[in-house]
Design a protein around this ligand. Structure first.
Ligand code: SAM
Length: 195
């Protein structure tokens, strides 16, 4: 087993480095590959609790940027003033909750799993589809999106949906993903101008 696939390596590292979750290394790998996050950007993080993706985004955008996290649950991490986490359901977001447009929309959302892969994959796809709808509504032209989904029959539909919005759609299974997980991340690059 390589070090990158050691199931405990990323958890130990996250604890040692003071991150809210090992998931931070998934976003780090995605960002290192596509250079999505930059100083001064506005970032919307859907499904942000316990807060490790926010921790990464906050550091990348710096104090001239803004990070808004949304989750059904409160975050456990603490943040500087240019970041804020709100408890909300992404199916009930409105302009007042979200504010102005964003440069990057992230979604690491996951449903409560049932243990039945087909059901879990369908629920994950429904959350991913809603994240794409939110990105379509709130992402600036030229902006980017990252969205997690469990492998299953819906992925091609989600990719097709994203291709209508983004110039390019990529996919990645990060090193920090647990071996037993079927998650992959879809990355939408260069949001097209709105029709
Ligand atoms: C894997 S965790 C996210 C981890 C986070 N990216 C981090 O790095 O700390 C998935 C999150 O999705 C959230 N979630 C699931 N359904 C949601 C919904 N309808 N609205 C908002 N958040 C949701 C869950 O509450 C959970 O906290």
């Amino acid at each position: 087993m390589t070090r990158g696939r050691d199931p405990d390596h990323f958890s130990r590292r996250a604890q040692k480095e003071g991150h809210a979750a090992r998931s931070i290394y998934k976003l780090e790998e995605i960002d290192q590959r596509w250079k999505l996050l930059k100083k001064g950007q506005r970032v919307l993080d859907l499904g942000c609790s316990p807060g490790s993706w926010m921790q990464y985004a906050v550091a990348k955008v710096g104090p001239t940027g803004k990070v808004l996290g949304i989750d059904l649950k409160p975050v456990t991490a603490t943040f500087p003033p240019h970041a804020e986490a709100r408890v909300a359901d992404i199916y009930k977001l409105d302009q007042a909750t979200i504010g102005d447009a964003y440069d990057v929309v992230l979604s690491d959302m996951a449903p409560s799993t049932m243990g039945d892969h087909k059901t879990d994959a369908l629920r994950s796809a429904a959350l991913a589809e809603q994240a794409i709808t939110v990105a379509d509504a709130f992402l600036k032209p030229g902006g980017a999106m990252v969205v997690k989904v469990l492998e299953g029959g819906e992925i091609q539909n989600l990719v097709a949906l994203m291709r209508r919005i983004f110039d390019k759609v990529e996919r990645l299974r990060p090193q920090a993903t647990r071996q037993r997980s079927t998650e992959i991340f879809l990355v939408g690059l260069t949001r097209k101008p709105k029709a």
